[in-house]
Design a protein around this ligand. Structure first.
Ligand code: SAH
Ligand code: SF4
Ligand code: F3S
Length: 485
C-alpha cells in the first residue's frame, strides 16, 4: 500500500500530530483507519492481522495491547499468518525461543511474495538485542517494522512511519521511564484478564537476559491498576492475574511507596472480582506481610508460583538469587503454615555452569521436600551478555540431559500424587472453554490452578461452578457439576 494512494495529506500528518500520549497514538490510529478502509474497499474484502506471541504472560498481555491497536485501525483478527499484517511478539529467554522466530520468518517471506501490501512487524524481547536487529536488518529485508519492549504503545505511529517512508522502520529504545496508559486492547478472555502491575526487572540473576531486554523495574500507580481492574470487572471479568517479573518488590520505586500486600488488600475490596492471581514471586522479597494477607484473603487463589531455580546454595549464590536452600525451605514452611492448602509450583534450571551431581541432588532434595503441584524444568541456555555466559565449567550436554530426565520423572511422580489430594471434594471451577476433544465437556480451573473437565455447555463459560472432583488423572480432574445433583 503506498501512501500516495491514501486519502490523507502527507505533509500535514506529522505537523498536526499531538505531542502528548496517548492522544498522539489515537491521532495516528484515526489516519490509519482511513487508509485501511480505502485499501479494504479497493480489494473488496476486510484486511486481516495475525499476532503471534512467544514467551511469557507479560508478552501475552502486550499482545492484547498490540491487537487492540490493530483492531482500532480496522484490521480483523485471524489465526493464519497468511494475513495483511503479521506481527511476532518475540521472547529471548532461551536460545530455542530465538531460533523459532528465524524459522518462521523464512516461511513468511514466501507468503509476502504472493501478498502485495503485506506488512511484517517484529517486536518484544528479542528485538532488544542489537545483534538480532543487525541480523534482521541485513538478512531479513522483508521485515517492515522492528520495535522493542519499551515502545509497543507506538505501534500506530510506527505503521504510519513505515507507510510514509516506504522502507524498514527500526525503533528500539534502550530503556524507558514512561508508562503510557489508556490505549485500546483486545482481551483474549472476556472473564479473566492479565494486569501489568510493574515492568522490567532489577534482579540480574546471572543466567537471565530479562533485565537487559525489559529494562529497569517500574511500578504502575495503584490508582491506575485499580481503575483498570474495576473497568474489567464491569466488563465481565471475575479473575485477574497481576503480572510482573518480581511482584513482591512492587511499589518500591513509586513516589509514595506501596507494598504488594497493600495493593492486594485494595484489589480484594473490588466488588464482583472473585479471584486474584499473581506472577512471579521472587523468594527473596516474599514478605511476612504478604503471607499474612494471602492467609486471610477470600479472593487470592491458593496457588503460589515460587521459582526455585536450584536447590544448591552454592549454585544459588552463583545465580545471584540471594537466598539459600534453607531460606527457601523455611519460606515454604511459613507459607504452608499460613495457607495449609496452598499449591506450590516452581521453575528449575538444570545444568547451570559448574553444577555438580551433588548440586543437582540438592535440587532433587528440595523437590522431594516441597512436593510441588507442578514444576517448569528448563535446560540452562547460555545468553550472550549475561554473567553466566562467561562462567567456566559449562556442563556437558549429555550430563544435563540425564539430569533433566531424572528431575522431570521426579517432578511428575510427585505432582500426580499431590494433584490427587482433592479427590472426592467439591470445589469451585472457573469454566474457561468447551473441551477441545469432547464438546459435551467443559474445561476450567480450580483456585489452585489445576485443570478440571466436566460435563457442561457453553453457557457455563466464565462462571464459577461447584464441581465434585471425581477422579484425578495425573495432572487434571474429571468432575461433575454439583448443582445438578
Ligand atoms: N521473573 C521470573 C522468571 C522469568 S523467566 C522469576 O524470577 O522467577 C522464566 C523462567 O525461565 C525462569 O524462572 C527461569 O527458570 C527460566 N530461565 C531464565 N533464564 C534462563 C536461561 N538462561 N536458561 C534456562 N532457563 C532460564
Ligand atoms: Fe530473570 Fe531473575 Fe529477573 Fe526473574 S528475577 S526476570 S529470573 S533476572
Ligand atoms: Fe521471554 Fe521476554 Fe517474557 S524474554 S520470558 S517474553 S519477559
Amino acid at each position: 500500500m503506498s501512501i500516495q494512494e491514501n486519502p490523507i495529506e502527507l505533509s500535514k500528518i506529522y505537523e498536526e500530530a499531538p505531542i502528548t500520549e496517548p492522544q498522539r497514538q489515537y491521532y495516528f490510529m484515526e489516519l490509519l483507519k482511513k487508509i485501511v478502509k480505502q485499501r479494504s474497499e479497493a480489494l473488496g474484502r476486510p484486511l486481516c492481522f495475525c499476532c503471534v506471541t512467544f514467551g511469557c504472560q507479560m508478552n501475552a498481555r502486550d499482545s492484547e495491547k498490540l491487537s487492540g491497536i490493530l483492531e482500532a485501525i480496522g484490521y480483523e483478527r485471524t489465526e493464519s499468518e497468511d494475513a495483511d499484517f503479521v506481527i511476532y511478539n518475540t521472547c529471548t529467554v532461551r536460545e530455542n525461543a530465538n531460533l523459532k522466530v528465524y524459522g518462521r520468518l523464512g516461511t513468511l517471506k514466501k507468503i509476502k511474495e504472493k501478498r502485495p501490501g503485506m506488512l511484517i512487524a517484529l517486536c518484544g524481547c528479542m528485538m532488544q538485542e542489537p545483534q538480532v536487529v543487525e541480523k534482521l536488518r541485513t538478512s531479513y529485508r522483508h521485515v517492515d517494522i522492528i520495535f522493542g519492549t519499551h515502545n509497543i504503545y507506538k505501534l500506530a505511529e510506527l505503521i504510519m512511519n513505515r507507510l510514509e517512508s516506504g522502507s524498514m522502520i527500526i525503533d528500539i529504545w534502550k530503556d524507558t521511564d514512561k508508562i503510557v496508559e489508556d490505549l485500546p486492547e483486545h482481551r483474549k478472555y472476556p472473564f479473566k484478564s492479565g494486569i501489568n502491575i510493574m515492568f522490567g526487572c532489577n534482579n540480574f540473576c546471572s543466567y537471565c537476559i530479562v533485565p537487559y531486554v525489559r529494562g529497569r523495574e517500574r511500578s504502575r500507580r495503584p490508582a491506575d491498576i485499580l481503575e483498570e481492574i474495576r473497568r474489567d470487572v464491569a466488563d465481565g471479568v471475575v479473575e485477574v492475574m497481576l503480572l510482573g517479573q518480581n511482584v513482591n518488590s512492587y511499589g518500591k520505586t513509586l513516589e509514595t511507596p506501596v507494598s504488594f500486600a497493600q495493593l492486594l488488600t485494595e484489589i480484594e475490596k473490588i466488588d464482583g472480582l472473585e479471584r486474584i492471581r499473581f506472577m512471579t514471586s521472587h523468594p527473596k522479597d516474599l514478605s511476612d506481610e504478604l503471607i499474612q494477607v494471602m492467609g486471610s484473603s477470600k479472593k487470592i487463589c491458593p496457588h503460589l508460583h515460587l521459582p526455585l531455580q536450584s536447590g544448591s546454595s552454592r549454585i544459588l549464590k552463583k545465580m545471584n538469587r540471594k537466598y539459600t536452600k534453607e531460606d527457601y525451605l523455611t519460606l515454604v514452611e511459613k507459607i504452608r503454615k499460613a495457607c495449609p492448602d496452598i499449591s506450590l509450583t516452581t521453575d528449575i534450571i538444570v545444568g547451570f555452569p559448574g553444577e555438580t551431581e551433588e548440586d543437582f541432588k540438592e535440587t532433587l532434595d528440595v523437590v522431594e521436600k516441597v512436593r510441588y503441584d507442578s514444576a517448569y524444568t528448563f535446560i540452562y541456555s547460555k545468553r550472550n551478555g549475561t554473567p553466566a555466559a562467561s562462567m567456566e565449567d559449562q556442563v556437558p550436554e549429555d550430563v544435563i540431559k540425564d539430569r533433566f530426565d531424572r528431575l522431570l520423572a521426579k517432578v511428575q511422580e510427585i505432582a500426580s500424587q499431590v494433584c490427587a489430594r482433592h479427590e472426592g471434594q467439591v470445589m469451585d471451577v472457573l469454566v474457561e472453554q468447551l473441551n477441545h476433544q469432547d464438546k459435551s465437556l467443559v474445561t476450567g480451573r480450580l483456585g489452585n490452578n489445576t485443570v478440571v473437565h466436566f460435563p457442561g455447555d457453553a453457557s457455563m463459560i466464565g462462571k464459577l461452578v461447584p464441581v465434585l472432583l471425581k477422579e484425578c488423572k495425573g495432572f487434571y480432574y474429571i468432575g461433575e457439576s454439583y448443582e445438578k445433583r
